[in-house]
Ligand binder design. Sequence first.
Ligand SMILES: Cc1cc2nc3c(=O)[nH]c(=O)nc-3n(C[C@H](O)[C@H](O)[C@H](O)COP(=O)(O)OP(=O)(O)OC[C@H]3O[C@@H](n4cnc5c(N)ncnc54)[C@H](O)[C@@H]3O)c2cc1C
Length: 199
Amino acid sequence: RVEPGAVVLTDGRTLPAGAVVVGIGARPATGWLAGSGIALGPEGSVTADAALRTSLPDVYAVGDCASFPSARYGTRLVVHHWDNALQGPRTAAAHIAAAGDAADIPPYDPVPYFWSEQFGRFVQYAGHHADADTLLWRGDPAGPAWSVCWLRDGVLVAVLAVGRPRDLAQGRRLVEAGARLDAERAGDPAVPLKSAVLP
Ligand SMILES: Cc1cc2nc3c(=O)[nH]c(=O)nc-3n(C[C@H](O)[C@H](O)[C@H](O)COP(=O)(O)OP(=O)(O)OC[C@H]3O[C@@H](n4cnc5c(N)ncnc54)[C@H](O)[C@@H]3O)c2cc1C
C-alpha cells in the first residue's frame, strides 16, 4: 500500500518514496465464454485469426478482448489501444459482407498505434519494440518535445513522440515500410526522420 512518503510491501518492508509510478495491466473479462466453444488464450484473450474470426463459425472478435496473429511481428498480439478497437471492425465487417469470397481482404496486421495526453503533453506511439536492439533519443527528454526511436538490425520498429507529431507521422509510415535508418541522422532531432532513411 502507499502511505505518505513510503510504499509498504506485502512482506512488511517499507520503501521510502517521493513519488510512486503505478504500472497496471488489463485482462479481457472473457470468463463467461468458458464452454462456449470460443477458444481463449492463456491471458484470457479470444484467439482470433488474421480475419478476426474466432474458433466458432460466424463469430468475430475485435478490440481489447481479442488477440490476432501478426505476421509483421511473428507473434500473436493483444493490443489494448483505441485505434485497434477502431480498425479491427473494418476487417471483421469486410469478411462478413464478403460472405466467403474474401480473397481480396488483407489479413489484419496493423502497426499498433496509440495517442494520449499526459500532463498537457501529446504522447503518441507507433510500432512494437519488444525485440528492438537500439534506442535513439531525438531531443532532450527533460524538454517539452522529444522522441524515441527503436531499431532492430537498423530497421525502425517503433517510435514514441512527445509533442513531435511530425516524428510520429513520418515514423509510423517508416515502421510500416520496414525502413532502415542511419542511426546518427535519426538521433538528430533537427533531421526529419524520413531524411534519415538509408537507400
Ligand atoms: C484508464 C484507461 C486509459 C486509457 N487510455 C488510452 C489512451 O490514452 N489511448 C488509447 O489508445 N487507449 C487507451 N485506453 C485503452 C482503450 O480505452 C481501449 O483499448 C478501448 O476502449 C477498447 O475498446 P473495446 O471496444 O475493445 O473495449 P471496451 O471499450 O472495454 O468495451 C467493452 C464493453 O463491453 C462491455 N462488456 C464486458 N463484458 C460484457 C458482457 N459479458 N456482456 C455485455 N457487455 C460486456 C463492457 O462493459 C464495455 O462497455 C485506455 C484504457 C483505460 C482503462
